[in-house]
Design a protein around this ligand. Structure first.
Ligand SMILES: [Cu+2]
Length: 146
């Protein structure tokens, strides 16, 4: 009986180990992607998403991009106070610590789409590519919302 239990523990350890190896090759996953609809004649808008780095090592988000027929360019933006005014500015990278969800959200980090070729209307989608410091990338179909 005792031997049987030890065998069971060994099997469990084996399963845990293979689970570990799988997460070493883990990917960046995401939730809640959306792009804000364009208002009036604006040719820029912002996109938001929560990214989770499932890899065992920390990486950075180093670039965002869209197809040239969607917008002239995409940038990674943050906000900071300049005097009394909250201003957006481009950031070179965003840390994605292993296992920690990082939110791009209104008032914080966001994907800035500039020089849009046509207005973005709800129920459509924008394909955004997120490029990471380890050479991998993630393509996300981001729904346009009000
Ligand atoms: Cu911005």
């Amino acid at each position: 009986m005792k031997a049987h239990l030890i065998g069971g523990a060994g099997l469990m350890a084996g399963l845990l180990l293979s689970g570990c190896q799988k997460s070493e090759q883990g990917e960046v996953t995401y939730t809640d992607p959306y792009v804000k609809e364009t208002i009036a004649n604006n040719t820029s808008t912002a996109g938001y998403i929560t990214l989770v780095n499932n890899k065992t090592s920390d990486i950075q988000l180093i670039a965002v991009s869209v197809a040239p027929d969607v917008a002239a360019k995409a940038e990674l933006h943050g906000h900071k106070m300049e005097g009394d005014i909250m201003k957006m500015h481009e950031v070179a990278s965003l840390d994605l610590p292993s296992g920690t969800p990082v939110k791009l959200e209104p008032g914080g980090y966001h994907v800035m789409l500039m020089g849009l070729k046509q207005p973005l209307i709800p129920a459509s989608e924008v394909n955004v590519t997120f490029q990471f410091s380890d050479g991998e990338s993630l393509n996300v179909a981001m729904p346009v919302k009000k």
